[in-house]
Design a protein around this ligand. Structure first.
Ligand SMILES: [Zn+2]
Ligand SMILES: [Zn+2]
Length: 137
């Protein structure tokens, strides 16, 4: 039997880790933040958002100031979105202290942990994602 989805579990705690793990690949034209699963290396939360003034150039000094502020604001929003997206797909393993994706995480009886730790501690775990049950990841 598959246990009910643990959606929302520990998301706030995970978010803090996301902030620290978030990598920035942004350019002057677009914002690009992502988090890498420390187990499989897959990228999560990645949504490239184009800067609203991309491809245009400020002419006057006041335009420059305005655009800089706009850039910072849009970057902050893109960052938050990436953190939110990533947090839904990432989990914190209390054993090895890594942040891993749903594919690499299992729900165990005592303590939820990553697949790697579950294997080494001989814990039987259910995959987080019910739709990947039975498939090899
Ligand atoms: Zn993974
Ligand atoms: Zn682990």
């Amino acid at each position: 039997m598959i246990r009910a989805s643990n959606k929302g579990k520990g998301v706030h705690r995970v978010k803090q880790f996301m902030e620290n793990l978030l990598e920035n690949r942004s350019t002057n034209e677009a914002f690009d933040f992502y988090v890498t699963c420390e187990s499989c290396g897959e990228e999560y939360g990645n949504t490239v958002v184009r800067f609203s003034k991309a491809g245009m150039f400020p002419v006057t000094q006041s335009e420059k100031i305005l655009w800089n502020a706009l850039y910072e604001q849009e970057m902050r929003i893109a960052r938050q979105t990436a953190v939110r997206n990533a947090a839904e797909q990432m989990n914190y393993c209390p054993i090895c202290k890594r942040v891993v994706c749903n594919q690499c995480f299992v729900i165990c009886d005592e303590l939820d942990m990553c697949k790697h730790c579950a294997a080494s501690l001989q814990q039987d775990g259910m995959p987080v994602l019910s739709d990947v049950v039975g498939t090899t990841v």
